[in-house]
Design a protein around this ligand. Structure first.
Ligand code: SF4
Length: 97
């Protein structure tokens, strides 16, 4: 999974950083940016696409759900890979609401 933040919509409340500090970071401009392997992708926007390790996926999903600006965007690599390929449902096991 990968993630990016639309800084134009970010309210700067820092909720995402509280939930997933390894992935989100508020910078001096008061907006949130994503971290890739511990390094801030300060360019922002959809071109600053960070990889999310499986360890952090649940927290990142929670942050995206809780984000008041609705500006955290997830890119599911598995789903993208399904284009033109057979289904990939065997590994699904998350807790649904
Ligand atoms: S939770 Fe959303 S609105 Fe709040 S700082 Fe993070 S990205 Fe910005």
């Amino acid at each position: 999974m990968r993630v990016w933040v639309d800084q134009d919509l970010c309210t700067g409340d820092g909720l995402c950083e509280e939930i997933a500090p390894a992935v989100f970071r508020l910078l001096d401009d008061g907006l949130c940016y994503v971290l890739d392997a511990g390094e801030v992708l300060s360019g922002g926007g959809s071109e600053a696409l960070a990889s999310v390790t499986s360890t952090h996926e649940d927290a990142v999903r929670e942050a995206a759900e809780e984000c008041p600006g609705e500006c955290i965007f997830l890119v599911d690599d598995a789903a993208a890979a399904e284009d033109g390929a057979a289904g990939n449902t065997a590994a699904e096991g998350g807790a649904a609401a």
